[in-house]
Design a protein around this ligand. Structure first.
Ligand code: ZN
Length: 134
């Protein structure tokens, strides 16, 4: 398993509209998609910079992982997503190398991607996402 590129950087925000305003007006990027991912209890907004996307994440409920993250650490960089050929294979490969997984199997994410997370305890503090197109 070798990732091909950084697919996106996930950023936890308290208010999606305010964050979009910053990224559009100050950084000059364009939000091209807003999407709710119900099972993760988040609303996401996407902007593109070259090949890489910025994924803004706002919690839609108090028990959302994003709400818990912001409560503990405050808003900010949440995860880095690496594009792989097949998310399940990449997860299994990481597991075989002793990495603790959050997701044993891939699940549906935003932007028509299959996603899976590695535990930050095994990745030197970086919440790591693998993703591939369905
Ligand atoms: Zn992500």
């Amino acid at each position: 398993m070798k990732p091909t590129h950084i697919e996106h950087i996930g950023i936890a925000v308290e208010n999606l509209q305010e964050a979009i305003k910053y990224w559009e007006e100050v950084m000059g990027l364009k939000c091209y998609n807003i999407e709710e991912v119900a099972d993760q209890k988040v609303k996401t907004a996407f902007l593109k910079i070259g090949e890489v996307k910025i994924e803004l994440l706002e919690a839609t409920s108090e028990d959302s992982p994003i709400a818990k993250f912001i409560e503990k650490k405050g808003a900010g960089v949440h995860h880095i997503a690496f594009a792989v050929e097949d998310t399940d294979t990449a997860l299994e490969d990481a597991k075989n190398k002793g990495v603790h997984l959050i997701d044993e199997h891939s699940r549906k994410g935003a932007e028509e991607l299959m996603i899976g997370f590695l535990h930050p305890k095994s990745t030197f503090g970086v919440l790591t996402e693998f993703c591939c197109k369905k």
